[in-house]
Design a binder for this molecule. Structure first.
Ligand SMILES: NC(=O)c1ccc[n+]([C@@H]2O[C@H](COP(=O)([O-])OP(=O)(O)OC[C@H]3O[C@@H](n4cnc5c(N)ncnc54)[C@H](O)[C@@H]3O)[C@@H](O)[C@H]2O)c1
Length: 388
């Protein structure tokens, strides 16, 4: 089998896992690593017997690179990807694709432009949760119309628990300058991506974001959002990195029933008739719709989602296999996160499509006025098992 020659840029928590997967997979070969921390780059390079770089522009000049995986802090994702596009190098970028949608638009425009010269250029994002059986089943049930017209989607995801020690490790984390956001930008991109994957994009967003409420950080660690959709559906998103025990419960309600995912169980309360018919036609004032409780089967592949995404990325280049997560779709979840934050800062609803420049300017102002002094404590690179 031919192998795609891949270099990894940023070999911290995530990039180190990606490097191991690339070495291990049948359709990929690791051909270089790059990290601005030269010791880290050298360590990886010697472990896998590949060249090390501390400057990604030098790495991209190498003649034998088909593709890169970008696993640096988020702010650098667009510029590294755009430099690769100019050389016709395929890109798999970590989530989020950018910190704000203004940068994401620039990135997607650059990809669009590069496609004219390199029509087969692949640009994918690491949204590995799209491979999980329960999320795929939920998407299929919605797409097949099992729920009918959607009325409400509510996702409480407060099980992203993080300690102060987590935030103190890695100078870039949880600062406006280094990361550009908190729970919405670091932990929630998967949820925001899945939210839009399931039910599309809202037309209006209201957000309430608490800044450093439970941790010594200058970004958000607790968020509540209300979303309104063109088709009348409403949505809620509640998230936190401070609750323990936390909750991860998704409810999607349609006229034909209610789907609940919690603790690994997918339950469908299937209505015998449409709720709307009952509201319209019932002769008694309180009679609810008869429903049947169904435990919906779903299968998990039992593999690492990250690894599957890399394998799929290489297959997309080799055989044209459809991507699990085209990076162009990454702007949707990012828009949700940016809109929630902008709404919270402005104290008013934000209509979509939102003003990306306004949010970029707000971030810039937050960076410029930051007085936050971070107490950086470097720990060993954590196992990726606890990172998402
Ligand atoms: N898909 C997932 O489940 C998942 C899980 C964890 C992290 N991530 C994402 O991966 C990215 C990295 O997160 P992490 O936890 O691995 O961070 P990390 O701090 O552990 O690693 C980042 C590495 O990038 C290096 N670096 C910084 N700027 C660089 C540059 N310009 N060029 C080359 N190297 C550079 C740093 O020295 C560091 O070694 C983030 O965007 C994060 O959101 C995704």
């Amino acid at each position: 089998m031919s192998k795609i020659k891949i270099a990894v840029i940023g070999v911290g928590v995530m990039g180190s896992q990606h490097s191991r997967d690339i070495v291990d997979l049948d359709n990929t070969e690791l051909v270089g690593v790059c990290d601005t921390d030269p010791t880290r780059a050298d360590d990886f390079a010697s472990r896998y017997d590949v060249p090390a770089f501390s400057d990604y522009t030098k790495l991209l000049e190498q003649p034998d690179i088909d593709a890169i995986v970008i696993a640096t802090p988020h702010y650098d994702h667009p510029q590294i990807a755009m430099a690769a596009f100019k050389r016709g190098i395929h890109v798999l970028v970590e989530k989020p694709i950018a910190v704000h949608i203004q940068a994401a638009h620039e990135l997607l425009n650059a990809y669009e432009a590069a496609l004219t010269q390199y029509p087969k250029l692949i640009f994918a994002a690491v949204f590995q949760q799209r491979t999980y059986g329960f999320w795929k089943k939920i998407k299929a049930l919605i797409d097949e119309g099992e729920l009918g017209k959607l009325m409400r989607t509510t996702w409480i995801i407060t099980d992203w628990f993080r300690t102060q020690s987590y935030y103190d490790n890695g100078g870039w984390r949880a600062t406006w300058e280094g990361e550009g956001g908190g729970v919405l930008l670091n932990q929630c991109p998967h949820n925001l991506d899945l939210f839009q994957w399931f039910v599309g994009m809202p037309k209006r967003v209201v957000g309430f974001a608490a800044i450093g409420k439970y941790h010594k950080i200058e970004v958000e660690d607790e968020v509540t959002a209300y979303l309104e959709y063109e088709n009348g559906m409403i949505g809620h998103l509640v998230t936190s990195t401070a609750e323990s025990p936390g909750t991860n419960r998704l409810e999607i309600v349609g006229e034909k029933g209610k789907l609940i995912f919690e603790n690994g169980n997918l339950t469908f309360y299937r209505n015998r008739i449409s709720t709307f018919e009952q509201i319209e036609n019932a002769t008694s004032g309180f009679e609810k719709v008869e429903n049947w409780k169904i435990d919906v089967p779903h299968q998990h592949h039992g593999q690492s989602g990250h690894r599957l995404v890399i394998e799929n990325f290489a297959n997309a280049i080799l055989t044209g296999e459809a991507l699990i997560a085209p990076a162009v779709e990454g702007i949707n979840g990012l828009t949700l996160g940016n809109a929630i934050m902008l709404s919270s800062f402005l104290g008013q609803p934000v209509a979509l499509p939102m003003d990306g420049a306004a949010y970029a300017a707000k971030l810039q102002a937050l960076k410029a006025s930051s007085q936050f002094k971070k107490n950086v404590v470097i720990r060993d690179v954590d196992d990726v098992g606890s990172s998402f």
